[in-house]
Design a protein around this ligand. Structure first.
Ligand code: ATP
Ligand code: MG
Length: 569
């Protein structure tokens, strides 16, 4: 590719809207341009990076026995009605009607479409297992599209779906995908970690997420310092504490005028936050629910959602709390509360705690579950912290931020039962197919790779994902020897199958060097004055700045050697 003919509109300034490095650099390096919120055009280099990811994904999926197909993006609502997801999916599903008044949606995921296909085409156990995948543009009307390619509304995903005769075979399919994913992210050159993930209301470890470790990640992971345990913190189980056996003290009402917030109440009552219990109110679908957690803890909304088996939980506003309970926020407590009450297991183990009195300007102390109130249920409902022990081995936990780039999920027979996707087993009996689904955020991987690999001058792509492997600078357009050498190197590298960008623009060396750094291409070859003077060209590695000088005829072989060493198979 010749720079002079390409569309690589680099920017000198940092775009104001970009909060994270990948977003900033993708815009600055002319890889992407925004059309509207969460929707981007991939310019030639951006697309080339996406294609590198796709290539690795395709190779490993095919190797794992999956077959590629391509499903439509527009999906009829009828299919989604069959699984009940048309109502349940929420506003991320972009719904519309066509000219014949048919309800439709843009595919955010393809369980319905693939299950419809498979139920029509596959009849017998002899035709199973099957694993089908596609690499396709998805649309999700994300509430907060941000960070460029990281969380778009339109983005490229690889989605695969497996169909098996029973749980055992489905478990094998899951394991094959899990292994393929490890291979894929390793080959991408990413520092990643598979973690146990939330699997909705199914429960158990039926789902793993693959997380690229980066400070800008939107997910928090807990990682055991001793055993293999690693999980998304929204799913990480908290070990139940030992019950406090102290004698029950007398329930006492205390006037706390204007004291609503935990630190203020604690200071006023001369207690520590862990001696206090907060009453949090959530709107769970249409019902208001109160949840008790210790004063220094947070409710984990995903755990709450799963416990209740609802679609959506949201913290209630002050007004909603008042309307639902008759008590202003800050003074709410479990005694005689009028809405459904859930208790975090840690609170259930506490004795003689302080909480709101369900009366403005009052709290109560020496409150005890069982004696003073009865909850609807006790469960693990709080967010894990770094000081909790590993739920598997009890050792200390570490916490890290991660970017979710892949997700493998055992679906079981939920979709196949709802959509009547059955096969005849060897006795001629109809059985629902056992399914799994497996996603990879192809465009998000490009952003994640940059989050992990950049410096103040620009990106520094890992070789396997770099849109171009070499940038070749011609610093003497008017110098015959320099130009001839650059041009013949350009040809030679292309012949050897190297992806090379020849910077043949009429620009000052300084700006060529700057752009080369910004673009993040792993190897830079400079053909300039040193050729005229000493007969050498310079080869520099973007990542560590390592530089060598070589005779032009040695360059191609050295580059091939460096590329081969950097590629992982
Ligand atoms: P998240 O929790 O980040 O919203 P998700 O659980 O909704 O992700 P899946 O439905 O499992 O994601 O989708 C599969 C993969 O697609 C994810 O692992 C992620 O890499 C990618 N992905 C999901 N949403 C987006 C998005 N809005 N923009 C870019 N990639 C995305
Ligand atoms: Mg999502």
């Amino acid at each position: 590719m010749r720079y002079s003919q390409s569309l690589i509109p680099t920017l000198k300034e940092n775009p104001a809207e970009a909060e994270v490095a990948s977003h900033r650099l993708l815009l600055r390096a002319g890889y992407i341009r925004k059309l509207t919120a969460g929707i981007y055009t991939y310019l030639p280099l951006g697309l080339a990076a996406v294609r590198k990811v796709e290539h690795i994904v395709r190779e490993e999926m095919n190797r794992a026995g999956a077959q590629e197909l391509l499903m439509p993006m527009v999906q009829p609502a009828d299919l989604w009605h069959e699984t009940g997801r048309y109502e349940k999916y929420g506003p991320e599903l972009l719904r519309f009607v066509d000219r014949h008044d048919r309800e439709s949606c843009l595919g955010p995921t393809h369980e319905e479409v693939i299950t419809d296909l498979v139920r029509r085409e596959i009849r017998s156990y002899r035709d199973l297992p099957k694993n089908l995948y596609q690499i396709q543009t998805k649309f999700r009307d994300e509430i907060r599209p941000r960070f460029g390619l990281m969380r778009g509304r339109e983005f490229i995903m690889k989605d695969a779906y497996s169909f098996d005769v029973d749980d055992v075979q489905a478990g094998e399919s899951y394991q094959r995908m899990y292994d393929a994913y490890k291979k894929i992210f390793t080959r991408c050159g990413l520092d990643f970690r598979p973690v146990e993930a939330d699997s909705g209301t199914i429960g158990g470890s039926f789902s793993h997420e693959f997380m690229v470790l980066a400070d800008t990640g939107e997910d928090t992971l807990v990682i055991c310092s001793s055993c293999d345990y690693a999980a998304n913190s929204e799913k990480a189980e908290v070990k139940a504490p030992q019950a406090d056996e102290s004698p029950l003290l007398e329930l006492t009402k205390v006037e706390t005028p204007g004291k609503r917030k935990v630190p203020v109440v604690c200071e006023f009552m001369e207690i520590e936050p862990h001696e206090l219990v907060k009453t949090m109110v959530y709107k769970a679908d249409e019902e208001y629910i109160a949840v008790l957690v210790r004063g220094d803890r947070e409710v984990q909304e995903v755990k709450l959602k799963n416990h209740l088996g609802v679609v959506d939980v949201e913290m209630a506003t002050d007004k909603e709390v008042y309307d639902a309970t008759g008590v202003p926020t800050g003074y709410l407590g479990p005694i005689d509360i009028t809405i459904k009450l859930l208790v975090d297991q840690e609170v259930a183990a506490m004795r003689n705690f302080v909480c709101g009195a369900n009366e403005k300007n009052f709290h109560v102390k020496n409150v005890n579950m069982g004696r003073d109130f009865e909850p609807a249920a006790v469960a693990d409902l709080r967010q894990i912290t770094a000081s909790d022990p590993c739920p598997v081995c009890g050792a200390a936990l570490g916490m890290k931020e991660g970017i979710e780039v892949g997700h493998v999920f055992k679906l079981g027979t939920g979709y196949s039962t709802a959509m009547n996707a059955v096969f005849k087993d060897s006795n001629g009996q109809d059985k629902p197919m056992v399914m799994g689904c497996y996603g990879i955020g192809v465009s998000r991987i490009v952003a994640a790779a940059i989050e992990q690999n950049h410096d103040e001058n620009g990106m520094a792509f890992p070789m396997p994902l770099a849109p171009m492997q070499v940038i070749l600078l011609n610093l003497g357009l008017k110098d015959e020897k320099i130009t001839k050498t650059a041009e013949s190197l350009y040809l030679e590298l292309q012949e050897k199958g190297v992806d090379v960008l020849l910077d043949d623009r009429d620009e000052r060396p300084g700006s060529k060097f700057k752009d080369a750094d910004l673009l993040g291409i792993p190897l830079r070859v400079t053909v300039g004055k040193r050729l005229t003077k000493d007969g050498v060209v310079e080869l520099r590695q973007r990542k560590d700045g390592a530089t060598e000088e070589l005779a032009p005829e040695m360059v191609a072989a050295r580059i091939v050697e460096l590329i081969n060493a950097a590629m992982i198979d």
